[in-house]
Every structure is written in C-alpha cells, then in structure tokens.
Ligand binder design. Structure first.
Ligand SMILES: [Zn+2]
Ligand SMILES: [Zn+2]
Length: 244
C-alpha cells in the first residue's frame, strides 16, 4: 500500500470517528419541540404533522385561498408584477413560531430546517421548467438588517440557490425603513410598498429571476421587488416563500 493511500485511509477514519463523537455529544434535536431526533430531518414526525400545507384551490398568481372558480380576494383588482408567488405552508401555529425565531431570535441554525420546509414549494408545478438567471432575496432596509444582524430572506435564498444550482444575487435595495402603521393596515401597507425597492447598482438585466422571502401576505413587497427587476429588463419574475 502506498503511503498516500494509508494517509487517505487515516483521514477517512478520523473523519468517521469525529462524526460519531459529534453525534454522541450533539445529537440532532427537533427544531420545533426539541425532542431528540434519530432521522435526518430537522423536525420530528409530530411537528411535521402539525404544519398545514397550502391546499388547492388557491389563486394561481398569489396562492391566496379561494372558493373554486371565484375571483381572488387578494389580487383580482390589481395587476401583480410577478408571474406566480409560490408558497408551501399556511402561516400559523408552529410555522409562525419558527419564522418568528428565525427573524427576531437571531437563530441562524434554523436555516437547515427552512431548507427542508421550502421543498414542497420548490416542487410546485408553477416553478417547473423555468431557467432562473439568479435567485434574489427580498432585501431589508439597512437599519433593520443592522438590528437583526442578518436578513432571513438571504438565508432562505441560499437554500433555494443550492437547490437550483444558480447564483444568489442581492440585486435589490430597500429605500425606506418599515413604517409601523403600514404593518397593520392593508391599504397603507400596499401604499408604503410602492416603489420601495430599486436596483442596488444600475444595470441591464435579462432572463428570469426568482425572488425569495419568508412570508407572502398581500404580495405587496414581492410585487414591488418584481416591478424593480422588470423595469431593469428582467423578462419574468417568480417568487417563493415558506409560508402564506
Ligand atoms: Zn418536534
Ligand atoms: Zn391572487
């Protein structure tokens, strides 16, 4: 046996032993309820079962729940700039708690479970067969990003970019900090979001882009982001979020 082969075997053995030791001292725990896990998921079966997948019928554009064949109560009276905003789960219960912890709890370890929770949205038929030039996170205003220490949309976008094997590009910037009244009132919220985003650097875009955020509510934020990308030359913009 060559010395180099022995060397490689020793390295492989060392990495196996260190993995076993890591699992012994730091076993995987459920990100929802902290129970010890023996599977490769980051959520236990019970927590998975408590999440509510978005069920049809929903609006093809904004994924809002609708009565079959009825007009969408969220977007029928306005033209959204994205082709489809795809989401995996309803924004309540455990999903709300996990996203809150990701957003305000500075818990970046939740990045992995978020990657898992995005899978059903990534498999949505509305996203199949599209070639994306880049994956674009919805930006935070620099003041909010300083306060929270990171942008949760950026973490989610990393997972999406890994899935598609496409580049992650922070093309957009947020021009104004969030206004407190704009959070509660739907009309004010939509007004505040208008022209809220612009390209970070002036440039000519082409092709399709996929926006990533944590939650889709009225779609006003994603709409304003999509508008900025289209005005810079993007051909089509889609959006993906974990919850709706
Ligand atoms: Zn659990
Ligand atoms: Zn809709």
């Amino acid at each position: 046996m060559l010395v180099s082969e022995i060397y490689l075997k020793v390295i492989a053995l060392f990495s196996k032993v260190s993995n076993v030791l890591l699992e012994l001292f730091y076993p995987l725990h459920c990100d929802g309820c902290d129970v010890a896990l023996f599977e490769k998921s980051h959520l236990c079966q019970e927590c998975w079962g408590s999440l509510k997948p978005l069920a049809k019928p929903f609006c093809e554009i904004c994924s809002c729940k609708i009565v079959a064949d009825a007009r969408c109560p969220n977007c029928a009276d306005r033209k959204l700039h994205f082709v489809a905003g795809v989401s995996a789960f309803q924004y309540d219960g455990l999903m709300r708690t996990l996203l809150y912890r990701l957003k305000y709890g500075r818990d970046q370890r939740l990045k992995k479970v978020m990657g898992e929770l995005l899978v059903p949205a990534l498999q949505d038929e509305r996203l199949q067969g599209i070639f994306f030039e880049a994956i674009v996170p919805v930006p935070l205003h620099p003041r909010s990003e300083r306060e929270r220490e990171f942008n949760q949309a950026q973490l989610l976008a990393c997972e999406v970019a890994l899935h598609y094997q496409r580049p992650l590009k922070s093309l957009l910037q947020c021009l104004r900090p969030a206004s407190p009244q704009a959070r509660s009132d739907r009309k004010k919220r939509m007004e505040h979001r208008k022209n809220l985003f612009s390209l970070r650097l002036p440039q000519q875009l082409s092709g399709n882009y996929l926006l990533v955020d944590d939650v889709l509510t009225t779609g006003a934020t994603l709409d304003a982001c999509a508008k900025a990308l289209l005005e810079a030359g993007a051909e089509g913009v889609w959006a993906i979020t974990v919850a709706r």
